[in-house]
Ligand binder design. Structure first.
Ligand code: COA
Ligand code: AMP
Length: 622
């Protein structure tokens, strides 16, 4: 079917369209109620269907001839190890891990927080939760104790799974002190903390709460898959919003499995048995969807890579993994390619490997900038495909539908709306804009399967954040336009969210942390353009008692404070002490103007500015 026909069918009759896609999965009980409206007025997919995501990802394949096929390749340059798991081996390990969780009281609907580095146990424990119908919440390793504590309090897990350490290139990052500090800070204490001791560090254990992973496994017996409803939650993944409190995006079992399975063929042009690699981290949505769930739902081999694009050991690392494991499609964030390009501008290291297996390169997480696109296209001679999505959707909203038909791409665009997503550009008042007119990007309801239907424990916040701005539409938080050919161009966030090295962060949250410093009277944090990481946070601070203050010392303390409260991943390294912040007469800080000024873009000084000299003063400091 052509893209146009497929897309039109998805918009004209979403229920029939998704019912047909759902038929490709082995439900215990297929849904009769494909799209329904719940008691909060939210549309939900496959409410009365019954399935188990782990069954679909593992047991189904073992039962249908893929038992000996490699399901998972763990490739870890930082520990100099590689390990392969067949579908059968992975199913058995997951079943045992599920048994271990069960021994510690985890049942259907219970939450399990996973704070693990990129090791097989991360994927195994996610699937083990799915097997029990429990809800996992993975927290990225680069977050500091307060971030973990907020998530513990919100998700209220029975069990926390962790390891003694992660490895950042050659630095051992001890996880257990972070976990201990987070549990100390949190009001909610998990009953059990299961700790995997890695050879690089030994975690100290707390009697009565902590148990050794290997011992706990030895005490367990395999657990079976527990049927869940299509709308039962599979996981909660916290993501940054405008305020300091992260939002727990809830992913439902049914819609998630249907959409991800469909995406593997329609977007990624991947067949069961192919090797697919998302070079991301399980702590982010890309890792959830495309390291763990989608490749396994589709019967592929997935790769879990514990390393970096550069320095593990060099900028040829990605090309080595691709050639060694026969990767057909690579998916990563543009920042990773920019890092490689910086180290190896002529892609000489790639020349050392046979990359004939590689058929496509996918990028997401931030806009694929045209110079990086061109560098990839010139050096690798395979389609280089940008696609746009967010934690909220769990899969792409706009993409080249490469598996439906080869589509010409336009550098800077993430191509067309994906079937199911009725993407529209709206003005501030909610009127639809025409081709090439820039505005707020919204998706007309119903959203397709897999998209969030609530924020964990707070359906009102979900409605307020996403559904109330433009009734009948889901607001994406991104701005952009659609050209005359239907190509979607994402121009960036219209809120306080920034994207640093493909990591989504909130400047609002950083402002809350910076504002806690006793010397800070007020502050603003913006994302400034950065050649390597896309954006980097930059603070502007006004000090209390400016006389006698040591601005450099305060800035150093602020950098440490953000690192301590949010984590190294925030990459907050720069702040400027200023006399006053530019504001409108009603007191709103002119963040957009500040950003344009810092980036060296053209800007118009708003007529509502209270004191134009505040901008001049900052300009002189830059
Ligand atoms: N655990 C602990 N610390 C972590 C971490 C983790 N899982 N991930 C990152 N950090 C730390 C880094 O070590 C670094 O610490 P430092 O300030 O002490 O040096 C800090 O967080 C910032 O990390 P990062 O923004 O990743 O910068 P980097 O300079 O270490 O690496 C890239 C830059 C481009 C190589 C790296 O960001 C990358 O590979 N990005 C790929 C993008 C990606 O995976 N995105 C996920 C969504 S698709
Ligand atoms: P996350 O929820 O971490 O996946 O981040 C989602 C945000 O990243 C989106 O709202 C966009 O701002 C940005 N983003 C992701 N992919 C792209 C892309 N291909 N082009 C432009 N922006 C993107």
């Amino acid at each position: 079917m052509s893209y146009q026909d497929e897309y039109q069918a998805s918009i004209d009759n979403p229920e029939a369209f998704w019912a047909e896609k759902a038929d490709q999965l082995d439900w215990y009980k297929p849904a009769t109620n494909v799209l329904s409206t719940d008691e909060h007025g939210i549309q939900r997919w496959f409410a009365d269907g019954e399935l188990n995501t782990c069954h679909l990802a593992l047991d189904y394949h073992v039962d249908n001839g893929r038992g000996d096929q490699t399901a998972l390749i763990y490739d870890s340059p930082v520990t100099d190890q590689q390990k392969k798991y067949s579908y059968r081996e992975l199913r058995d390990q997951v079943a045992l891990c599920a048994g271990m969780l069960k021994n510690h009281g985890v049942e259907k609907g219970d939450r399990v927080v996973i704070y693990l580095p990129m090791i097989p146990e991360a994927l195994i424990s996610m699937l083990a939760c799915a097997r029990l119908g429990a809800v996992h919440s993975v927290v990225f390793g680069g977050f500091a104790p307060p971030e973990l504590a907020v998530r513990l309090d919100d998700a209220t897990p029975k069990v926390l799974l962790t390891a003694s350490c992660g490895i950042e290139i050659n630095r051992v990052i001890e996880y257990k002190p972070i976990v201990d500090a987070a549990i100390e800070m949190a009001s909610h204490k998990p009953d059990t903390c299961v700790v995997l001791q890695r050879p690089q560090a030994t975690a100290s254990m707390q009697d009565g709460r902590d148990v050794d992973w290997q011992q706990a496994l030895a005490d367990a017996s395999p657990a079976d898959c527990v049927p869940v409803k299509g709308t039962d939650p599979l996981y909660v993944l916290y993501t940054s919003g405008t305020t300091g409190k992260p939002k727990g995006v809830v992913r439902e079992n049914g819609g998630h499995a249907v959409a991800l399975k469909y995406s593997m063929s329609a977007i990624y042009d991947i067949e069961p048995g192919d090797v697919y690699w998302a070079a991301s981290d399980v702590g982010w949505v890309v890792g959830h969807s495309y390291i763990v769930y989608a490749p396994l739902l589709h019967g592929c081999t997935t790769i879990l890579y514990e390393g970096k694009p550069i320095m593990t050991p060099d900028a040829g690392a990605f090309w080595r993994v691709i050639s060694e494991h026969g990767v057909k499609a690579l998916f990563t964030a543009p920042t990773a390619f920019r890092a490689i390009k910086k180290e190896d501008p002529e892609a000489k290291l790639a020349g050392q490997y046979d990359l004939s297996c590689l058929k496509t390169i996918f990028a997401a997480g931030e806009r694929l900038d045209p110079p990086t696109y061109e560098w990839l296209s010139d050096n690798f001679r395979v389609p280089v495909l940008d696609h746009w999505w967010q934690t909220e959707t769990g899969w792409a909203i706009a993409a080249p539908l490469h598996g439906l038909e080869p589509m010409p791409v336009k550098p800077g665009s993430s191509t067309m709306a994906v079937p199911g997503f009725n993407v529209q550009i709206l003005d501030e008042a909610g009127n639809r804009l025409g081709p090439n007119e820039q505005g707020f990007i919204a998706v007309k309801l119903p959203l397709p399967p897999s998209c969030l239907t609530t924020i964990w424990g707070d359906v009102e916040r979900f409605k307020e954040n996403y559904l109330q701005t433009y009734p009948g539409y889901f607001t994406t938080g991104d701005g952009g336009y659609i050209d005359e050919d239907g190509y979607v161009f994402i121009m960036g966030r219209v809120d306080d969210v920034i994207n640093v090295a493909g990591h989504r962060l909130s400047t609002g949250e950083m402002e809350e942390v910076v504002g806690k410093h006793p010397m800070v009277a007020e502050c603003a944090v913006i994302g400034r353009r950065d050649e390597l990481k896309g954006q980097m946070p930059m603070g502007f601070v006004v000090l209390k008692n400016a006389e006698g203050a040591k601005p450099d010392q305060v800035v150093d303390e602020l950098v440490q404070l953000v690192r301590k409260d949010i984590g190294a991943v925030a990459a907050f390294k720069e702040a400027l002490v200023v006399g006053r912040l530019p504001k409108t007469r009603s007191g709103k800080i002119l963040r957009k103007t500040l950003r344009a000024m810092v980036d060296g873009d053209d800007y118009v000084v708003p007529s509502t500015i209270e004191d134009p000299a505040a901008l001049d003063e900052i300009k002189a400091l830059l």
